[in-house]
Design a protein around this ligand. Structure first.
Ligand code: HEC
Length: 211
């Protein structure tokens, strides 16, 4: 009995060892199959992605514009008042302000100025209030009323109040002259700006000829 048992156990051991070995080999083979499959899948995916990219490049080839499409109205005119500017652009600006001023009228301008009169007088020899007297302001240098204390930004700005400058300023004063102490949101409507500019131009020692 004992001998038989020993044999059985030996047999079993052999069988067990063998089957372990077999399963090890088979998983190795399986593994290499799996790895091959995975590598193939990854390569294929990479190829497809690159391929799509190239294909899209060909389909949607876009020429980059040479000149930026967004021009900020008024900025050009502001920085290039001199003669050095390309004549074409000057004409464009002039046409713009001409078109704009044509939208305004004096009596509407007088009404719009009521918003300004909380802080500004506009009379010959008028007083400075919260803001400086605006008599003859069109054509005058910004920040130049001698008995008014301007902000540093307004003095530093120091340009002539042309129609164009005044228009750009009045759209949104604090955006156009950063640091100005004129606490006024601005005039969004072209008609309002045009009218108030015409009105201010009429309130001066020598009104400027309209463009
Ligand atoms: C809340 C008060 C207030 C209102 C409203 C206001 N302003 Fe002013 N304005 C000021 C102050 C303050 C200054 C001085 C700004 C500075 O020194 O930075 C100024 C400056 C100006 C200047 C520059 C003057 C110069 O001598 O260089 C102009 C032009 C002007 N305002 C036009 C207007 C117009 C046009 C309106 C109405 C549409 C208006 N303002 C409404 C307070 C005001």
């Amino acid at each position: 009995m004992r001998l038989k048992d020993a044999k059985k156990i030996r047999n079993f051991k052999f069988f067990f060892k063998n089957s372990c070995y077999m399963s090890k080999i088979s998983t190795k083979i399986m593994d290499s199959f799996e790895i091959n499959k995975i590598i193939a899948a990854v390569l294929l995916t990479a190829l497809i992605v690159i391929g799509i990219g190239k294909f899209a490049d060909i389909l949607f080839h876009v020429e980059k514009p040479k000149v930026s499409a967004y021009k900020i109205e008024g900025l050009d005119a502001a920085s290039n008042e001199g003669v050095t500017k390309k004549s074409e652009e000057v004409i464009v600006e002039k046409v713009d302000i001409k078109v704009l001023l044509a939208k305004g009228d004096l009596s509407h301008g007088e009404k719009v100025f009521k918003k300004c009169s909380a802080c500004h007088q506009i009379a010959a020899g008028g007083k400075n209030m919260i803001g400086p007297n605006l008599w003859s302001v069109i054509g005058r240098t910004a920040g130049s009323v001698s008995d008014y204390k301007y902000s540093k930004s307004m003095v530093a700005y120091g340009k002539k109040w042309t129609f164009e400058e005044m228009n750009s300023y009045l759209i949104k004063p604090q955006a156009y002259i950063k640091g100005t102490k004129m606490a006024f949101a601005g005039l969004r409507k072209e008609k309002d700006r045009a009218s108030v500019i015409l009105y201010m131009n009429s309130k001066g020692d020598n009104p400027k000829p309209l463009p």
